[in-house]
Design a protein around this ligand. Structure first.
Ligand code: FES
Ligand code: FE
Length: 459
């Protein structure tokens, strides 16, 4: 009781608001529930979001209820847990999930919370287990989460009701996704419906038969939407990403966006498309506009893909995304017939985004850890038989995305710091940032939809 008292007093002393006031600084006290509705109702299309969306713990909690816990979250590549009993911990919004390999291709995901008195069970961030044994009183759980041993527990207690709480798991092209909502409960989007349109765009690379060559973690002191919005625009690229501007032909279109720059990109890309088509390689865009089902209205998820030419000019010697123009890695992925210097720019939002060339993939995972705490993890995949030092070297493989995401972390943190200022107010997006208002619109719609559902359920 004594610990609660100061919080109650602070709430009573805090100025009580009847409507959201953009001139107030809401970081000073908890946001009342009705203000969240005001913020949602006051959403201005084509403007960045109101300040509390970028740091409020109350809104983050709403996002957990209505978004994070109902979306399919990308966790990692299947090669991270090749054998039965291999596991890693996936952390999202204060939760820890044990992602563990079972028999054959089975993957389980369990909350890392003991069913006795709630202790963490797996303490190391990754490892191998025969069973999962809680360090507190040694309750043991099988890989599938069922309770196998609870010393001195009364026979009256039904052990079948004490399995670990589990998440739903799907493995798509070797990529492990989880959904925190248990099977058969809650309104969640159908995984296959979401990802199937993307399959042909990834199938040629056959990511199922790749392995992790390198991982870099960029944990940023920023709200996940600062990182997410940043990913969806290249307006910032000319000032922020010198390597990206050199290596990526599509920066002409997406970062500069002038008529002549777009024409230059399209002209070179068209010539490349002819060559890629002759090889039977995909070109163009995934057009994935479809009507939203109720579940999709609630839990916004989307996929996108575009396959296009990578490099700018031969004279720049940037090729296959390596710094010196060397064709690294050398082992072709999947069914690609030759390295046509193309790449698939793809994503399964809001958590997994990739660039897949004919020989390698870089995947960015964006995962919210807290209101101002976001994981940005880049994982590089190469052919499962590729040998380091012969078929690839990590420095060449990783230089572009390592440099770019490192720069993006700083951008997100600087952005976060400014957005937390008393002087911040939402600003207008440019045409080069046109994807963000679309994302924000879906985000606002999902929050509004979920809150209305909850209100109706409570009646
Ligand atoms: Fe896990 Fe007691 S809390 S065995
Ligand atoms: Fe960037």
């Amino acid at each position: 009781m004594s610990a609660l008292l100061p919080r109650i007093v602070i709430r009573l002393l805090a100025p009580r608001k009847t409507a959201y006031d953009p001139n107030m600084t809401y970081s000073r006290y908890a946001i009342e529930d009705t203000l969240i509705d005001d913020l949602i109702a006051g959403y201005r299309p084509n403007y960045s979001l109101e300040q509390p969306f970028y740091f409020s713990p109350e809104i983050f909690e709403e996002e957990f209820i209505h978004l994070f816990s109902r979306q399919w979250q990308f966790t990692d590549h299947i090669s991270r847990i090749p054998h039965k009993g291999d596991y890693f911990l996936f952390k999202i919004a204060g939760e820890e999930i044990i992602v563990v390999r079972g028999d054959g291709n089975t993957v389980y995901a369990h909350f890392n919370v003991c069913r006795h008195r709630g202790s963490r069970i797996c303490l190391a961030s990754e490892g191998h287990v025969k069973q999962m044994t809680c360090p507190y009183h040694a309750w043991s759980y099988r890989i599938d989460g069922s309770l196998s041993h609870a010393r001195a527990m009364s026979e009256d207690i039904d052990r079948s009701k004490l399995s670990l709480r589990s998440c739903q798991v799907r493995v798509f092209e070797g990529l492990i996704f989880i959904n925190l909502t248990p099977e058969g409960t809650g309104l969640i989007p159908d995984f296959d419906t979401i990802v199937e349109p993307l399959r042909p765009w990834l199938a040629q690379a056959d990511l199922r038969h790749t392995k992790i060559a390198h991982v870099e973690e960029f944990r940023s002191k920023a709200n996940w939407k600062a990182a997410h919005e940043n990913y969806f625009e290249c307006y910032h690229c000319p000032g922020a990403h010198p390597e990206w501007m050199k290596a990526q032909l599509h920066a002409l279109r997406d970062a500069l966006g002038t008529k002549s720059a777009i024409e230059k990109f399209e002209k070179r890309n068209r010539v490349w498309e002819e060559k890629a088509r002759k090889l039977g390689h995909m070109v163009g865009n995934l057009n994935n506009s479809s009507d939203h089902s109720d579940a999709e209205n609630y839990c916004t998820q989307m996929v996108f893909a575009e396959r296009m030419l990578v490099n700018v000019d031969a004279k720049d010697l940037y090729n296959s995304l390596t710094p010196d123009g060397a064709k690294m890695p050398t082992k072709l992925l999947g069914t690609y017939k030759e390295d046509d210097e193309g790449q698939v720019d793809w994503g399964i939002g809001p958590s997994g985004f990739g660039y897949t060339t004919c020989t390698a993939t870089a995947i960015l995972r964006i995962t919210p850890r807290g209101p101002v705490d976001t994981d940005q993890v880049v994982t590089w995949l190469v052919h499962e038989d590729a040998k380091e030092g012969i078929d690839y070297d990590v420095e060449s493989l990783s230089w572009l995305h390592s440099a770019t995401i490192g720069q993006d972390r700083k951008i997100a943190e600087d952005n976060q710091a400014g957005m937390s200022s008393r002087a911040y107010e939402p600003g207008p997006y440019t045409e080069l940032e046109s994807a963000i208002p679309e994302i924000n619109k879906d985000y606002i719609r999902a929050l509004a939809y979920g809150r209305a559902l909850r209100v109706n359920a409570n009646r």
